[in-house]
Design a protein around this ligand. Structure first.
Ligand SMILES: Nc1ncnc2c1ncn2[C@@H]1O[C@H](COP(=O)(O)OP(=O)(O)OP(=O)(O)O)[C@@H](O)[C@H]1O
Ligand SMILES: [Mg+2]
Length: 590
């Protein structure tokens, strides 16, 4: 079985324990049946079916009945202890595997998979496999014993009554098996998808509540969440309806077995064996048949569980496998830090249009290039392709003449600092945040980066200086302050390539001035690609690339482009007008 083989690979050192757990579980269920048989022997003795009543034999059987009953329970506990040891190991290893995969995934993966979804997929599916391995598999193994046991009982006790009791049992099993194999299995995948959707929507909904409140949206924001609940509800109702008739028939058969047993008993009475013995056998079968019923019921949940476990394993693996990318060998050494795009084409997964459509340019080491252009043109995408947020479809992106795909991931990241508008600071101390890209930096170096990033006054304001904890119950920083801390982090990392996206978006002039200064320190002597919406900040860069609809439509220095009477000229005029308007407006207030 494929699912089991996959699960085995997560068992690591505890793999050998699992067969032991299964064997113990099977043995325990065998022991669970034996007391019935011993009681039957005792009653046979009591009614004199085997000749003289023998007191000591009765006692022996009684002890055996007691011993096997207790032994069955004890073995079951031991089996469960073993299966739990294995299941916990598998659960831990699955989470570890997922975590390891997650950190090695291309960063773009996180654009398309919300953290709520990732967490749900890993948590839910790891715990499904736990209950499958710890509880359900040992029970399944025990259930497989059922056919063997029934044959033994039929031969030992009375084959006619045995066959009679098997008729309802086998019919009920056939009905259930048919359901589980056919429609039931298909349903399982749908069920898990819609459960996952509902959970993801719930997390997203809660996360979005602040925005919802600000915009006074109540019903509409709930729509998606509500939609997913409705979908789940519809599917579960459909499934329940599907089961209505088979389940009713099954229940009738399994509980109505006496209607088959009693007529058969009456038919065979007076034929061969004494009537008392037939009555006794009938009584025995009436006692034992419900045990079969229970077994079928259990195995029904089990095939469902097996389906669930299979889905669970593949969901965790799909989540991470789909997006994982490979690095080729990394022995190549580059000489410089040129960045070169050679006819690059890129499309977001699931998108219809190319986001980047045949882009070529080369930034020589130590130069600063800027990307400008209308919103949605592809600037951010171009910048993100360099550290392999995504892999391109066609063309080549090289650093120092070496394809980015040939670099070891760590090596690639070491070469690049990026500062994006939505800065992520962690819930740890400021010092740890700044040291994030360069953990072995000395305090002196940190302080220097802090000064260069114009963060000194931010830090002096805080109760514990650099050791102040951020977020959660810690301190909060403004957007502009966070941006400067992120710049300090990038300065400390001191990577030869710097990517800056929309880093000047903070409007207040004081903060913008500080950020400009910090950026100046960061980019000095580096190969820089910056995206800026304020054209004033890129006037002095070496080259400006105008990006529109995924293509570079103009390229040149500021002065060259202004005189080209193209898109950039329009943008520049527009920018100057708005700058003048701002100054004019400010003057009114003075
Ligand atoms: N994660 C994503 N998945 C799918 N499509 C995306 C994704 N991110 C961006 N896009 C699409 O790719 C195109 C280029 O987007 P990009 O963010 O690069 O534009 P931009 O030039 O940076 O715009 P802006 O100036 O507004 O920041 C847009 O059409 C956008 O809808
Ligand atoms: Mg952008």
């Amino acid at each position: 079985m494929n699912t089991l083989n996959k699960l085995k690979s997560y068992m690591a050192g505890r793999r050998k324990l699992y067969p032991i757990a299964l064997i113990l579980s099977v043995t325990s269920s065998l022991l669970g049946i034996l007391p019935y048989l011993f009681v039957w022997f005792i009653v046979r003795l009591l009614i004199g079916a085997d000749g003289m009543v023998n007191q000591s034999n009765i006692m022996t059987y009684a002890w055996w009945a007691f011993g096997t009953a207790v032994g069955g329970v004890v073995l079951y506990f031991v089996a469960l202890a073993f299966s739990h040891l294995v299941a916990f190991r598998v659960e831990t290893n699955m989470r570890r595997y997922a975590m390891k995969k997650l950190v090695s995934l291309p960063l773009g993966f996180y654009d398309n998979n919300t953290s709520g979804k990732i967490r749900k997929v890993i948590d839910d599916n790891a715990s499904i496999t736990h209950s499958f391995l710890a509880h359900q598999m040992p029970d399944l193994a025990a259930t497989l014993l059922l056919p063997v046991l029934s044959v033994v009982l039929i031969i030992v006790v009375d084959w006619r009554l045995g066959l009679a009791c098997l008729v309802p049992v086998v019919s009920a099993m056939t009905i259930m098996g048919g359901m589980m194999m056919g429609k039931g299995r298909k349903f399982m995948a749908q069920y898990m998808t819609s459960l996952e959707e509902m959970n993801t929507e719930a997390v997203e909904y809660v996360r979005g509540i602040p925005v919802v409140k600000v915009f006074q949206q109540t019903v509409f924001s709930f729509k998606q969440f509500h939609g997913s609940i409705k979908k789940y509800h519809e599917m579960v109702s459909r499934y329940s309806k599907l089961w209505e008739k088979p389940m009713a028939t099954y229940t009738m058969l399994i509980h109505g077995f006496a209607f088959v047993l009693i007529p058969v008993a009456i038919l065979i009475m007076g034929n061969s064996a004494p009537n008392e013995l037939i009555m006794l056998n009938l009584f025995f079968f009436i006692l034992i048949t419900p045990v079969f019923g229970q077994c079928i019921m259990r195995s029904m949940y089990l095939s469902q569980a097996l389906g669930q476990a299979k889905e669970a394993v593949s969901r965790i693996e799909d989540l991470t496998d789909a997006a994982s990318f490979k690095s080729e060998e990394s022995s190549l050494r580059q000489e410089n830090h040129d960045i070169e795009f050679k006819n690059v084409v890129f499309q977001y997964p699931g998108a219809k249009k190319n986001a980047i459509d045949g882009v070529s340019f080369r930034i020589p080491s130590g130069k600063t290039y800027a990307l400008v252009g209308p919103s949605g043109g592809g600037k951010t995408t171009i910048a993100r392709l360099i550290p392999r947020f995504w892999d391109i479809i066609q063309g080549e992106i090289c650093i120092g003449g070496v394809n980015v795909k040939s670099f070891d991931k760590k090596e690639l990241m070491k070469q690049i600092s990026f500062v994006f508008q939505s800065t992520k600071l962690f819930k740890m101390s400021l010092l740890e945040n700044i040291r994030y890209g360069a953990s072995d930096a000395s305090l002196e170096q940190v302080n220097k980066a802090v000064d260069l990033a114009q963060c000194r006054e931010v830090i002096e304001k805080l109760p514990n200086g650099l050791n102040t904890k951020l977020g959660a119950e810690g301190t909060y920083l403004s957007g502009g302050e966070q941006q400067r801390i992120a710049l300090a982090r990038a300065i400390l990392k001191n990577a030869p390539i710097v990517l800056l996206d929309e880093a000047t978006a903070f409007a207040d002039p004081e903060n913008e001035h500080l950020i400009q200064q910090a950026m100046g320190s960061l980019t000095q002597g580096k190969t820089v690609l910056m995206i800026a919406h304020r054209l004033s900040s890129i006037r002095h860069v070496d080259q400006i690339l105008v990006v529109k609809d995924g293509k570079i439509v103009e390229q040149g220095t500021h002065n060259q482009l202004v005189n080209q009477h193209g898109i950039y000229t329009n943008m520049w005029e527009e920018y100057q007008r708005s700058a003048k308007w701002t100054i004019g407006k400010e003057e009114q207030y003075v």
